[in-house]
Design a protein around this ligand. Structure first.
Ligand code: URA
Length: 247
C-alpha cells in the first residue's frame, strides 16, 4: 500500500516525521535508486526499494508488548556491565524491540516495548502528554502541603516539573503508598520529586501508560498488545483531587 514517504520512514523507526522531512530535503532518501526531495511523494514499502544514505530500510512488522519489568533489569539494549536486560525477558519474540522510555534498574512495572519508532516518538513527545502512573512506597507520611507541592510542580535539577496528580493509597507502618501521575520522563523523576519534599522512595512501580494498565500481568512476563490496547495509551482519566487517607 502506498503511503507518504515521511510516514513510511517514521513508521520504520528511522526518525520522527519532522526528522524524516529533513532527511528527504537533504536528498538522503532514494526510492528505487531515484533521489526524492518532494514532501508529497508516496511509495510502497513492500514493492519499492527505499534507502537512506544508500542503506536499505528494514520494514518489519510492527509489534507492541507490555512487559512487567522486575527490579534488577536494565532498559538499555546493551550493557557493558553484563547485567540482565529487559530484552532477555522477551522469549519467543524475534524482532528487535526497544523500550519506550526508561525505567531505573531498581524500578518495576509497565514497560512498553516496540519496533515502531513513530509510536514511541508520539508516546515520549511532551506535546501528547501521555500520562504515566506510578505507585511509590515512600518513607513516612507526606503532609497534604507536600503532596500539593508535588501536584503543582517542584524544582528538580533546576527545572520545575509539570503539574502532576497525586493521591495516597495506603498507609503502612512508617511508610505510605502514593500514586503519582506525571507526563514527563526526566531521569529518576519520581524519586527526585519525593526527595525534594523529604520523602525517600523505598519502592517504585509504574502501573500504567495512559489507561493501559499492567493489571494482573505477572512480574517478568509480557503480553502482546492489540490496537485497542494501544488506543488506551492516549486516553485520559478526569483529574483527581488530593485525598489523604487518615487513620
Ligand atoms: N521515575 C523514577 O524515579 N524512576 C523511574 O524508573 C521512572 C520514573
Amino acid at each position: 500500500m502506498e503511503e507518504r514517504l515521511q510516514k513510511i520512514l517514521a513508521k520504520a523507526g528511522i526518525a520522527s516525521r519532522r526528522q524524516a522531512e529533513q532527511l528527504i530535503r537533504a536528498g538522503r532518501i532514494r526510492i528505487n535508486d531515484q533521489v526524492v526531495v518532494e514532501m508529497g511523494c508516496k511509495a510502497d514499502p513492500v514493492r519499492d526499494r527505499i534507502t537512506c544514505d544508500g542503506k536499505p530500510i528494514d520494514f518489519e512488522e510492527k509489534i507492541y508488548v507490555l512487559l512487567n519489568k522486575p527490579a534488577g533489569y536494565v532498559t538499555t539494549l546493551a550493557d557493558p556491565q553484563g547485567r540482565p536486560m529487559v530484552s532477555d525477558l522477551l522469549t519467543g519474540i524475534e524482532e528487535r524491540l526497544f523500550p519506550v522510555g526508561r525505567l531505573d534498574l531498581d524500578t518495576e512495572g509497565a514497560l512498553l516495548m516496540t519496533n515502531d519508532g513513530e509510536l514511541a516518538n508520539r508516546i515520549l513527545h511532551p506535546r501528547f502528554e501521555v500520562n504515566k502512573t506510578y505507585e511509590a512506597l515512600v518513607a513516612g507520611f507526606p503532609a497534604r502541603e507536600k503532596l500539593a507541592l508535588l501536584e503543582q510542580g517542584i524544582v528538580i535539577d533546576g527545572i520545575k516539573t509539570r503539574p502532576a496528580r497525586v493521591r495516597v493509597l495506603q498507609r503502612r507502618s512508617g511508610a505510605s503508598l502514593v500514586e503519582i501521575v506525571i507526563h514527563e520522563g526526566k531521569k529518576r523523576q519520581v524519586r527526585k520529586m519525593f526527595q525534594a519534599v523529604d520523602h525517600r522512595v523505598l519502592h517504585l512501580k509504574r502501573t500504567a501508560y495512559g489507561q493501559l494498565y499492567l493489571g494482573h500481568l505477572p512480574l517478568g512476563k509480557f503480553k502482546i498488545l492489540s490496537s485497542d490496547d494501544l488506543k488506551k495509551i492516549f486516553s485520559y482519566k478526569i483529574p483527581f483531587t488530593i485525598k489523604n487517607i487518615t487513620d
